[in-house]
Design a protein around this ligand. Structure first.
Ligand code: SF4
Length: 68
């Protein structure tokens, strides 16, 4: 498992934003993700290119998710 810090994708509202996945919610709440887990970033700047990122990646577009 990978630990997710505040400021990383797994705690960002854009992580998996355009997918309906209960696993994304679980990652936010638990603060951990399975090794190698990736999901699509829904940030407006990245959505068009379908950027896929690890739960412990990050960028300046981070926006705290409500369930984080
Ligand atoms: S790449 Fe940036 S905007 Fe996208 S989910 Fe990660 S922190 Fe959020």
């Amino acid at each position: 498992m990978v630990d997710i810090e505040n400021g990383q994708c797994g705690k960002c509202e854009h992580y998996g934003q355009n997918e309906s996945s209960s696993q994304i919610i679980e990652i936010r709440i638990k603060g951990t993700a399975p090794d190698g887990f990736t999901s699509v970033c829904g940030h407006p700047r990245n959505a068009g290119i379908h950027l896929s990122v690890s739960a412990n990646s990050g960028c300046d577009g981070f926006t705290p998710a409500e369930a984080a």
